[in-house]
Design a protein around this ligand. Structure first.
Ligand code: KIV
Length: 268
């Protein structure tokens, strides 16, 4: 483990955005992978509620509980020495600002998370402002919102029509103004993600959003080719790698150099 490397914080991520260094982020759910990701040079580990799918074998993230998130956050954070650790707020744990504050505080004090992530744009402004004013750093998640899959009727690319693109751009501006430290933007057109990353001063991390974001995130099991699902936005980094660590190092290198995502992983 690289004990000497400087701990990554939200300030580091802002500096990286300013200097043009791409941010490499992956999801992480346990201590063994947490140490490996740290060692391989991952900047940010996300305890994603995707654990409902890749760890619990469910069809969506909707069944994930606060207890699940606290448990996995604790064990990931325990083994992470360099990377910033972000934890997802699970479905319905932030339906009101007060509920969000209580649950975000639990993720930080019991789970030891450094940042909490919530899915939503404009409607989350009051919640983000409240949490931020109480010292809780927030990562907003805009574009495709997996927790709303049943309302959306499936997983599809967002921002393809004018109204949807304008709403997502507005969401990005509103969450930044409300005090979010960073955002994840999922499954939107390359053009829209590039426009948002340019117009917003906080780091924008893309997944299925093209190469012009300030950083990239993937679900760990998908980029290791063990997620059991094919997705155009993903790449199997185990292909041609000699070990899991080597695959993760290759992911870091390709994100840093802008080689991943390539055109074939994005959407118009
Ligand atoms: O839960 C998760 O893994 C996520 C990523 C898709 C960004 O939110």
């Amino acid at each position: 483990m690289n004990k000497k490397a400087r701990k990554v914080s939200v300030t580091t991520l802002r500096e990286m955005k300013k200097s043009g260094e791409n941010i490499a982020m992956l999801t992480s759910y346990d201590a063994t992978f947490s140490a490996l990701l740290d060692d391989a040079g991952i900047d940010v580990q996300l305890i994603g509620d995707s654990l409902g799918m890749v760890i619990h074998g469910q069809e969506s993230t909707v069944s994930v509980t606060m207890e699940n998130m606290i448990y996995h956050t604790q064990i990931v954070r325990h083994a992470a020495t360099r990377s910033l650790v972000i934890a997802d707020m699970p479905f319905m744990s932030y339906a009101t600002p007060e509920q969000a504050m209580i649950n975000a505080a639990r993720l930080m004090s019991e789970g030891n998370a450094e940042v909490v992530k919530m899915e939503g744009g404009e409607w989350l402004a009051e919640t983000i402002a409240l949490l931020s004013s109480r010292g809780i750093p927030v990562c907003a998640h805009i574009g495709l919102l997996p927790q709303s899959v049943h309302k959306l009727g499936g997983y599809r690319v967002h921002g393809r029509d004018k109204a949807s693109a304008e709403q997502i751009l507005k969401d990005a501006k509103v969450v930044e103004a409300a005090g979010a430290e960073m955002m994840v933007i999922e499954l939107v057109t390359r053009e829209l993600a590039a426009q948002i990353s340019k117009q917003i001063s906080i780091p924008v991390i893309g997944i299925g959003a093209g190469a012009d974001c300030d950083g990239q995130v993937l679900v760990l099991h998908d980029m290791l080719g063990i997620g059991g699902r094919y997705m155009k936005m993903c790449k199997d980094f185990m292909q041609g790698s000699s070990s899991i660590k080597n695959a993760i190092e290759t992911y870091v290198a390709e994100v840093k150099t802008g080689t991943f995502p390539a055109d074939q992983h994005g959407f118009d």
